[in-house]
Design a protein around this ligand. Structure first.
Ligand code: ATP
Ligand code: MG
Length: 303
């Protein structure tokens, strides 16, 4: 798969602070990648360099095959971005702001479509100042999507939101990815909530990319796996069905449930199988017991 983003040995200094120290990673086409690290680890700096907003002090970077500093205009046109602390004109109405931005960016911009995709249609005529924080984030996403980007860079898209709104935004990102087929990079320091969204992760710590790869690669490399607690009326029968699967590592039968450990990255397969077993009436419910992204993060990014 071609890399949509390729960074090699990125260095960025702010005076004496070394925000990025030899950061190397790539993001393959079509994934939703998490850029994950604690506060101050260099996530926003990385995103700004990728957008051509900040000049790197060393290393190489390509975004859609272009050096973003040398080709800022083209990169900005082809890449949608949600910034860390966006400021929108408060007096503008949502629809007219989007139409205006499409003109400024020089793209056709299907305003109705992005309103619909981001769940903002009802607020099309509302003024920006009337939007709640969750809806402001939706507006940010709508702006990011406006010119049909090939790549979306979202800097902490769930920042400042309550748990309900965070979930809604993450669901929205999942839907968008399915509808748009764009590659997505999401930065966050809140790891477990990205479990469902990301299929690729870049772990950054003190300006160094400590590891990156698909969830499956990472899970294998670091030996993490997911385990499900499966409620079953006939646990032995369910266990025998599970154990036959290539992606199942271990099955343990307890009173009225089964604990099944699956290989890293096999969540989707496991859940598809568990849903089939549920449809057959064999499984009453299941629960993911180990969020492997959090487990991975704990292993890869030392406390
Ligand atoms: N304009 C600046 N001037 C000086 N230092 C800066 C500047 N911007 C960032 N830094 C420093 O660079 C480092 C990386 O900052 P950055 O904002 O990229 O981190 P981050 O991972 O996005 O953090 P957060 O999770 O808090 O958003 C930090 O030590 C920060 O204090
Ligand atoms: Mg940041």
């Amino acid at each position: 798969m071609p890399a949509v983003i390729a960074a090699r040995g990125l260095v960025k200094r702010y005076g004496r602070v070394e925000a990025l120290r030899n950061a190397t990673f790539e993001v393959p086409e079509g994934v939703v990648a998490g850029l994950l690290g604690p506060n101050g680890s260099g996530k926003t700096t990385t995103i700004k360099i990728l957008l051509g907003l900040l000049r790197r002090d060393g290393g190489e970077v390509e975004v859609l095959g272009l050096d973003p500093w040398a080709h800022e205009a083209e990169v900005r046109r082809r890449v949608g971005a949600l910034h860390e602390n966006p400021a929108y004109p408060l007096g503008e109405r949502v629809r007219s702001l989007l139409s205006h931005l499409a003109r400024v960016k020089g793209c056709r911009g299907d305003v109705d479509r992005v309103l619909r995709l981001t769940g903002l249609s009802e607020y099309a005529e509302a003024r920006v100042r009337a939007l709640s924080r969750g809806y402001l984030q939706r507006l940010g996403l709508a702006i990011a999507l406006l010119c049909e980007p090939e790549l979306l860079l979202l800097d902490e898209p769930t920042a400042h939101l309550d748990p309900g709104a965070r979930l809604e935004i993450l669901r929205l990102i999942r839907t968008l990815r399915e509808e748009l087929g764009a590659t997505v990079l999401i930065s966050s320091h809140i790891i477990p909530e990205l479990q469902e969204v990301c299929d690729y992760a870049i772990f950054i710590q003190s300006g160094v990319v400590v590891d990156h790869g698909s969830m499956e690669e990472l899970a294998r490399r670091h030996g993490v796996s997911a385990s499900y607690r499966v409620e079953a009326r006939r646990p032995r029968l369910v266990a025998s069905r599970l154990v036959a699967e290539e992606f199942v590592e271990a099955v343990e039968v307890l009173d009225d449930y089964v604990v099944v450990r699956v290989k890293g990255g096999a969540h989707a397969q496991a859940e598809a199988l568990l849903s089939r077993l549920a449809a057959e009436g064999l499984v009453e419910g299941y629960e993911l017991r180990t969020a492997s992204l959090a487990e991975l993060y704990a292993r890869v990014v030392a406390g």
